[in-house]
Write a protein that binds this ligand. Structure first.
Ligand SMILES: *[C@@H]1O[C@H](CO)[C@@H](O)[C@H](O)[C@H]1NC(C)=O
Ligand SMILES: *[C@@H]1O[C@H](CO)[C@@H](O)[C@H](O)[C@H]1NC(C)=O
Ligand SMILES: *[C@@H]1O[C@H](CO)[C@@H](O)[C@H](O)[C@H]1NC(C)=O
Ligand SMILES: *[C@@H]1O[C@H](CO)[C@@H](O)[C@H](O)[C@H]1NC(C)=O
Ligand SMILES: *[C@@H]1O[C@H](CO)[C@@H](O)[C@H](O)[C@H]1NC(C)=O
Length: 442
């Protein structure tokens, strides 16, 4: 989520826990307060929009490393993280700042082992594995070493597990270790990646030091803690720095508000890498105002196109700001909106924005005429998307649609569309539930 920047303090995240006595796996679960990656930066609306688009591009832009990594295509769009959790790790405890990402499953942070020019800038000091009394290597023989990491291997010197994971936007590599994550609800030992080189680019994530993956793989926070469910509630982009978003993991994740709760069954997941990581939803159509777009529901289908090769599908992701729609749906949506909003689309105010967002109007026209969208899922469940959840003000006079054209066959529901929505991922029930909420009040 993108938020305004008034505070001069660069504290990115706060942690508050629902319980101080019980452990994560058998108690009430954990509650993390999240702040937006640009919080505290005093950015104008336009700057925040530009920074979000640039972050997305850094991750989407192709910069494959030495050619030695398998590059799971979908990762690129999914790592565009925006909401950041601060977690103390190690003994003595040191802060790491991690982007909360349902589109990946790895927990990682950059370490002091970083090779010169091979790691990006981050707000907190690099984590020093050797200085922590609670850090342990994961031996090559450990099943976690063969868990989920795209490429793994063995450090011949000490028999510890090393990994290499590719994004389309770059790759990262390092040692797999275990470390104590000190949640007040109980310290939890988690396997995590101590990254010593990556090719994500100097700008990195605009501050955070790593990623907290919530995907389906065995190395994610939900899997390692056997939490079974988690939820998040993201405060609106426009609400400024002073309110935090929320992440609940385990029993504390439940939808207790007054508004009606709707549930969508996840699409049955492929077992192939990297597709098994994602949360796929059965999107079948889109209504714009009162007009249902004339597009076939098969546009959104997830289908197998070869051994281990899947195409299409619609992922829900907390780590991407901008949503992506497969070309046929994007074109129909843009055409219908242009018709309903009337007037003339205006060009995006900067070339950076124009590379991703190409449907922009005068803010006055958007405020007066932009309709709500309705995303139709199978079994008759509809998710309303109010104008504020898909129009991003990019300067004083212009708003652009925060939905871009996908460059491949898959679509992504990003976090801009999930503002003020409490979203629960129930892995045991195999469904996603959501409820409109005032996320600042949770
Ligand atoms: C990391 O910690 C070790 C052990 O305390 C120390 O020798 C080393 O200098 C530290 N490295 C950095 C980069 O601070
Ligand atoms: C929601 O979670 C809280 C914290 O664990 C718990 O006290 C409460 O009973 C739960 N509510 C429901 C409806 O399950
Ligand atoms: C997967 O299938 C698509 C479409 O047939 C093809 O373009 C692509 O190269 C395949 N990818 C892999 C990794 O085989
Ligand atoms: C945008 O509006 C704000 C508040 O009205 C004003 O302070 C600022 O100068 C305007 N910026 C531009 C570029 O017009
Ligand atoms: C799609 O590809 C074009 C050309 O390679 C690139 O400029 C654009 O940023 C890409 N957009 C997305 C959303 O990936």
């Amino acid at each position: 989520m993108m938020r305004g920047g008034a505070s001069a303090v660069s504290l990115l995240v706060f942690l508050v826990f629902s319980s101080a006595t019980v452990s994560l796996t058998c108690g009430a679960g954990l509650h993390l307060e999240l702040t937006h990656v640009d919080a505290g930066g005093s950015y104008t609306t336009a700057e925040r929009a530009r920074r979000a688009v640039e972050r997305s591009q850094r991750r989407l832009g192709c910069k494959p490393s030495a050619g030695d990594v398998h590059a799971p295509v979908k990762w690129a769009g999914l790592a565009a993280g925006e909401d950041v959790a601060e977690v103390p790790i190690g003994d003595p405890a040191r802060r790491v700042e991690a982007i909360v990402d349902t589109g990946s499953d790895f927990i990682w942070t950059q370490c002091t082992a970083c090779l010169p020019d091979h790691c990006f800038k981050q707000n907190v000091p690099l984590y020093n594995y050797s200085a922590s009394h609670s850090a342990k290597p994961v031996p090559c023989t450990d099943k976690l070493c063969k868990g989920d990491v795209a490429v793994y291997g063995c450090d011949r010197q000490d028999g510890s597990c090393v990994f290499k994971v590719g994004y389309v936007s770059g790759a990262f590599a390092g040692h797999l270790g275990k470390e104590v994550f000190t949640f007040p609800s109980g310290a939890v030992e988690l396997a995590f990646g101590c990254v010593s080189r990556n090719s994500i680019g100097e700008g990195g994530f605009d501050g955070p030091s790593g990623i907290l993956g919530l995907g389906r793989g065995v190395l994610s926070l939900v899997s390692q803690t056997a939490a079974g469910k988690f939820s998040y509630c993201l405060t609106p982009y426009a609400s400024g720095d002073k309110v935090s978003s929320h992440l609940f993991v385990g029993d504390s994740a439940n939808l207790t508000g007054e508004s009606p709760v709707l549930s969508i069954k996840f699409v049955k997941n492929p077992t192939d890498r990297p597709y098994y990581l994602y949360y796929y939803l059965p999107l079948v159509g889109i209504t714009v105002g009162k007009t249902r777009l004339p597009i076939p529901s098969t546009l959104f289908d997830l289908r197998q196109v070869g051994p281990g090769n899947w195409s299409g599908g619609v992922l829900i992701d907390s780590g991407s700001t901008i949503s992506l729609l497969v070309d046929g749906a994007y074109k129909a949506l843009a055409a219908e909106l242009t018709k309903q909003i009337g007037g003339n689309p205006v060009p995006p105010p900067s070339t950076t924005l124009a590379e991703m967002l190409d449907l922009c109007f005068a803010r006055g026209d958007v405020d007066k005429k932009a309709p709500a969208l309705l995303l139709h899922f199978s079994a008759g469940v509809d998710m309303p998307v109010p104008p504020a959840n898909y129009w991003m003000p990019v300067d004083n006079s212009t708003a652009c649609m925060a939905i871009a054209r996908s460059n491949d066959t898959s679509s992504i529901i990003g976090n801009f569309q999930q503002q003020d929505l409490h979203v629960l991922y129930d892995l045991e029930q195999g469904q996603l539930s959501f409820q409109p909420a005032d996320c600042s009040k949770l």
